[in-house]
Each structure stands twice: as C-alpha cells, then as structure tokens.
Write a protein that binds this ligand. Structure first.
Ligand code: GDP
Ligand code: IMO
Ligand code: MG
Length: 423
C-alpha cells in the first residue's frame, strides 16, 4: 500500500486540508510532519466548516489515527483549544491522537516576539504564531520538547533556562519579562491534557506503513515557503517539502512511495516576498473576491496571480511529485482566456527554470490558454467538464510532467473529480 505525502506545491493555502480530508476517507493514519499553528487547513463537509491548525486533516473521520510528528512546533494552548473545539462539534479525537514527545513547544513569549517583529522594518509578514522563534530555539538547543514539558520533575531546569534566556532578552529591550512561575502556571494545565497523548510518532508511522496500512503524511505551508528551498528569507522556518516528512516523522525515504502536490488553478501568497505572476489592481481583486482568498489563520487578504508553471516544475523536482491535485478550477469560470506563466525573462534572458536567487527580477512570460464560459462547480465526473478545463489540466500535466489525479471544483469534500484513485 502506498504511503502518500501530500505537499503544497506553491506558497501555501493550495487546498491541502480539503484534499487530505477527502483521501482520509480511505486512510487509516494521517500525520502532520512540520510547521505549527501557522497552518490553517479548511475542511468542508455538508456545509460544516472546520479549520485545523495543528491537528491533521483526518480529524473528521472517526476511524483515522492522527499523529503530530517530531518536526512540528506545538503551541499547547492552540492544540488544547482545537481539541475542545472538535469535541464540541461532536468529533472525538483524543482517543486516536498521538503527539510526538519530541515535538517542540511554542510559548507565549515566542509568539509575542514574532508578532513584534512583524511591525519592524525587516518584517516578513509572518502569521505571528511564534514559529520562527520556536525553531530558532530548537536549533540553538534551548527549546523545550513536549515530553520534557510533561515531566518537569526531571526537566524543570530546561524550562527555567529557556524562560531565563527570554527574560534577559526582554529586559535588554525594556519589554515585559516572562517569569518562571508565570510560565509554569500557564503550562501546567495544558500539559495535564497533553500527557495522555504522548508517544513515539516514528514508531507509530513506520509500523503503520510496514503493516501495509493506508497512510497520509500531511504537509503544511508550501514548497516555496520551505526554509532551504523556498524564497528565503520570505519563508517559514521548517522544511515543508516532501523530504521533511522523513525528518519530521522519523521514517526513512524508502518508506515513502507517492508524493501528491497540491496546486491551485492560479496562485496566491500571504505575507511578503517575490511573486512574479502577482496581479495588482482589479484583476487581482477579482480573483481574491471570487476565490474568497483570505487567510484561514490570520484573515489577511491573500495576494493573487496567475498559475506559474516554472514554479510548479520546481515543486515537482524538489518534492519528487508523482501526482498533482489542481484545486479551485471553479473560480476561473467565465474568463474567456486564462494567462498562464510558462517561462520568465531574467535580466533580458528567457528561462524556463525557477531562478534560485533572482525571482524578484523574474518577469513572467505568459501564454493565454482558453478559458471556460460556464460554471464547473457541479461537475463530479471528468466528462462533465468543458473541453477547455480538460485542456487546462492536460497543459499542466505536459508542462510539469506529472499526472493530475484530482481536480477540485469547490470547497466541499464531494466537489472533486477523482481521475485516479489514490488507494
Ligand atoms: P490549505 O492551507 O492548503 O489547507 O488551504 P486553505 O484551507 O488555507 O485555503 C484553501 C481555501 O480554498 C479554503 O477556504 C478551502 O475551503 C477552499 N477550497 C479548496 N478547494 C477548493 C475548490 O476547489 N474550490 C473552491 N471554491 N474553494 C476551494
Ligand atoms: P498552510 O499550511 C500560507 C507564510 C506567512 C509568511 C511566512 C512566514 O495553511 O498552507 P511563519 O508564521 O510561518 O513564520 O510565516 O510564511 N505562511 C503561510 N502562508 N499558508 C500557510 O500555511 C502558511 N504558513 C506560513 O504568511 O509569509
Ligand atoms: Mg491554509
């Protein structure tokens, strides 16, 4: 049975939540491998909308085991709130949730500094969820892991060292310093809730794959936000690409057989950084309004633009994509033609490759592909799609060299055309 990694092929918000929720119908385990509460994955079933930030997007399926891997950074308050929210809606998750003891915790002082930096001159436009500071502390070997936080009798010194470091930093800039007592008072009730969920995510995921179970490894953010392979410094602080599933969960690359990249039929980006096909003015506004392009985590308006094929080819390469899902095809209805970026001009020269360090100077070269003049929102079979939509999908397949297995025509789970079953 294949283990599928599902990864964002653009700058995040491609519809990973919708696709993972759909394929989780057949899955037995869904694991998140990186990022934290910066993610906002939207699931919609029968008019009910659930946005997951930390929980895997398999939560709505009672038979699916959910795993949070070591590569994640977990704000325990967000996780406990999310669990309670799910329970209030009738979805029981705790008895099928495993949280890696090795995942790092995000504290309020890390989120506060992240938000403060957004107001500064070198702002990246982060989600303000403390992601960068938590991963920085992890790399500095100062961070506190969930297992340690749940056993302060043994690891209290590590917590004190973290808090003292942040208190000294705060005092140096005249800000309010966190205290040891205050932090313990905040953490105590949250770790009481997390303790029963602790486990070995590597063992759980590896065992499931070896037993031939249907496993989905859910990426957060997107390829172009990857710390190493994205548009640095305008990136997140984790490895969002498919390889991050191995390091973030503790499984070997040989365990992964399939990688599904999710792309919108156009492009969006939240936060700062280069975006060659961005549309400013009324065209971008039209896509934003029709696509309801507002962030699922922060509510910020998303920047909108046309599909970028060199970027998608790059995503196919760095993730080793074996399949693509194209979402939001319904939003492009009623455009007589759809511009698609097929190459760039960089310093006067044409290139079809995604430039490593010149994206801010890359001018898109467009082809105008035929649009579709009617709604496709009700289509459930490929035959019901206008020829121009099928040509659009074929054009993507040809340019990227990866088959489109799913075509999404609405936010609802059911609003999907399955061209090839995943399991
Ligand atoms: P994620 O972060 O990749 O899970 O994506 P988000 O949930 O942040 O953003 C995707 C948005 O598009 C959500 O509001 C989804 O409900 C919505 N969505 C997903 N697929 C489709 C689709 O095919 N058509 C439409 N109209 N909306 C979609
Ligand atoms: P999902 O999983 C879209 C962006 C932020 C900012 C940059 C760094 O829903 O696709 P961070 O808070 O991670 O330090 O912010 O990354 N960003 C996302 N954009 N979707 C996301 O997640 C994102 N997570 C982070 O807007 O530009
Ligand atoms: Mg999102």
């Amino acid at each position: 049975m294949p283990a599928w990694v599902v990864v964002g092929a653009q700058w995040g918000d491609e519809g990973k939540g919708k696709v993972v929720d759909l394929i989780a119908e057949q899955a037995e385990l869904v694991a998140r491998y990186g990022g934290g509460a910066n993610a906002g994955h939207t699931l919609k079933v029968g008019g009910v909308k659930v946005v997951t930030h930390l929980l895997p997007s398999g939560v709505l399926h009672p038979g699916v085991r959910c795993v949070l891997g070591a590569g994640m950074v977990i704000d325990p308050k967000v996780l406990v709130d999310e669990l309670q929210d799910c329970e209030a809606r009738g979805f029981q998750v705790r008895d099928r949730l495993l949280v890696s003891a090795r995942a790092h915790l995000t504290f309020p002082f890390q989120s506060a500094i992240d938000r403060a930096a957004n107001a500064g001159p070198r702002s990246l436009g982060t989600t303000g969820r403390g992601i960068g500071p938590t991963y920085a502390d992890k790399a500095a070997r100062l961070g506190l892991r969930v297992g340690e936080a749940c056993d302060l009798g043994r690891h209290g010194d590590a917590l004190d060292a973290l808090v003292d470091t942040w208190a000294a930093r705060a005092r140096a800039v005249g800000a309010e310093a966190p205290s040891r007592e205050g932090t313990r008072a905040w953490l105590g009730p949250l770790t009481d809730e997390l303790r029963p969920l602790l486990g070995d995510a590597s063992l759980a995921v590896d065992t499931a794959i070896r037993e031939g179970r249907r496993v989905v490894l859910e990426g957060a953010q997107g390829t172009l936000l990857d710390l190493d392979h994205g548009t640095y410094p305008f990136v997140t602080s984790s490895n969002t690409v498919a390889g991050g599933a191995c390091t973030g969960l503790g499984i070997g690359p040989t365990r992964i057989t399939e990688v599904l990249g999710i792309t919108k039929a156009y492009c969006t980006r939240v936060g700062h950084g280069p975006f060659p096909t961005e549309l400013s003015g009324p065209e971008g506004e039209r896509l934003r309004e029709q696509g309801e392009e507002y962030g699922a985590t922060t509510g910020r308006p998303r920047r909108c633009g046309w599909l970028d094929l060199p970027a998608l080819r790059y995503a196919a390469r760095v993730n080793g994509l074996t399949a693509l899902a194209v979402t939001k095809l319904d939003i492009l209805a009623e455009y007589p033609e759809v511009p698609v970026c097929v190459a760039y001009t960089v310093d006067g020269a044409r290139t079809e490759e995604f430039p490593v360090d010149a994206l801010d100077r890359a001018e898109p070269v467009y082809e105008r592909w035929p649009g579709w003049d009617r709604s496709v929102a009700e289509a459930r079979l490929e035959d019901a799609l206008p020829v121009s939509v099928r040509r659009y999908l074929q054009g993507i397949e040809k340019a990227v060299g990866v088959p489109v297995v799913l075509a999404s025509v609405g936010a609802e789970r059911a609003a999907t055309i399955v061209r090839r079953a995943l399991f």
